[in-house]
Design a protein around this ligand. Sequence first.
Ligand code: AMP
Ligand code: ZN
Length: 112
Amino acid sequence: MDCIFCKIANNEIPSSKVYEDEKIVAFNDLNPKAPVHVLIIPKEHIKSADYITQENQSIIGEIFMVASEIAKKQGLKNGYRIVNNCGEEGGQTVKHLHFHLMGGRKMEWPAG
Ligand code: AMP
Ligand code: ZN
């Protein structure tokens, strides 16, 4: 499948990984928008948040637990932001479900 995040999950293209288990991988964003900017993805190809189903939904809880673990490891003790962009108007550019974990600076709200 021609999916850049599947290729990262399968080690077919390089990335700077910060976490990996049998179902999840997390790596530094190539174009970071904060001092810490990690992308957390399921290894399974799920197109977007619109494709979360009864069968695959448990991965979301696991991703959020991993996010908290990474945030602690990266020293984000004053907080962080988890973002999911879904679809064109949501700003999704890579069509493989991913969560942005961002921190290390004060975040604005509402975002962009
Ligand atoms: P989104 O706009 O929510 O779909 O986010 C896609 C993110 O993937 C952007 O922040 C990009 O900088 C990032 N990105 C794209 N290609 C790569 C890559 N090969 N390695 C790491 N991050 C990437
Ligand atoms: Zn994929």
